[in-house]
Each structure stands twice: as C-alpha cells, then as structure tokens.
Design a binder for this molecule. Sequence first.
Ligand code: AR6
Length: 172
Amino acid sequence: MSIEFVQGDITQQETEAIANAANSRLAGGGGVDGAIHRAGGPDMMKELKQKYQGCPTGSAVITGGGRLKAKYVIHAVGPVYSGKPKDRELLTSAYRKCLELCTEHKIGSIAFPSISTGVYGYPVEEAAPIAVKTVSDYLKTHSEIRLARFVLFDDKTFSTYRRAYGELEVNV
Ligand code: AR6
C-alpha cells in the first residue's frame, strides 16, 4: 500500500479518482468544491442533480470527472466543526465512504483534499490524524487500492498531515 502527501492543486491530479469536499446539498460552492466544478465543467453538476438528492454528512457520492484528468470525482461531505465527539465520527465516515466507493467501482488510486478544514472550520491539527489513520487503516485491508494521495493546498496543512503520518507510524 502507498500513502503519499503532496502540496498542490487537486484538480491537476492524475489519480483515477479525486475526492471533493462538498456540502450536503451537493450544490457546489467555494474552496476545493468550486475549483473542482470549474475545472471539471458543467457535466458533473448535471450528473449530481440527475442521480442524487443531496448527500448526508459523513457520506459520499460518485460522478464522472468531466474535463478533469481523473475519471471520477467522489463528492464527500465532511462535518461542520462543532467541537463535539460526533465530528470525529462523521469525518472518519466521510473518508471511509470514499474508499468504499473506490472498492465498489474498482478504482485503484485516489487523491484527497483536507476535508472540512477550510470553510467548515475543523482545526487541521485535529482533522489530519483522523484523515490519515482512516485511510491508512482501510488500505491495510484493501490491497485493491494501490495509492491514496493527500493533496494539501497550503504549507501549514501539508506539514500538519506529514507530521500526523509520522506520528501514526511511530504508534503502530
Ligand atoms: N486543491 C486542494 N486543496 C484545496 C484546493 C485545491 N484546488 N482549494 C482549496 N483547497 P474547503 P470544507 C483546500 O473550504 O472545509 C465549499 O463551499 C483548502 O485550503 O474547500 O470541507 C463546499 O461547497 C482547505 O485546506 O472545504 C462546502 O460548502 C481544504 O481544501 C464547504 O466549502 C478544504 O477546504 C466545505 O468546506
């Protein structure tokens, strides 16, 4: 199994799938969601509207990637940070659902943004260990996914994820 961390723009990734940090109305928005819809073109929103009536927090749905290099986009809905224990559960299940959709659709590589740590206010120091552990645990038991890559936009987010992965390795 392979987990990678890169700093950059997720819309440029050539993994088979990229994950999006969407909202439960699947209505598009700012941040990474806006960037993915702009780069992917209007077919993605059309498909979302045709196939799904929103998506609960902590879950995810899949569409084609439109004009992106990635064949699929997995639209995940992370929690709006509340400081309650439920946040962790919902963030874990958002990442997990993305990975389950990969298994279901025979997708061997996926790139993730840092779900919930922008507009949704989840402190990156808290979110990074949850994200990294959830993905790492899944990959250990699902060899069909050969690559999970975290694509982090800014320096602080990138270094926090790298550190979280280092600490995870120490603890296993
Ligand atoms: N590539 C990778 N990461 C990015 C990119 C990019 N092109 N652009 C931003 N980020 P956010 P959320 C980072 O706010 O907190 C939207 O309006 C960003 O720096 O995009 O889950 C949706 O429609 C941050 O580290 O997602 C929802 O309403 C991370 O992506 C809401 O925001 C996530 O920030 C979801 O909020």
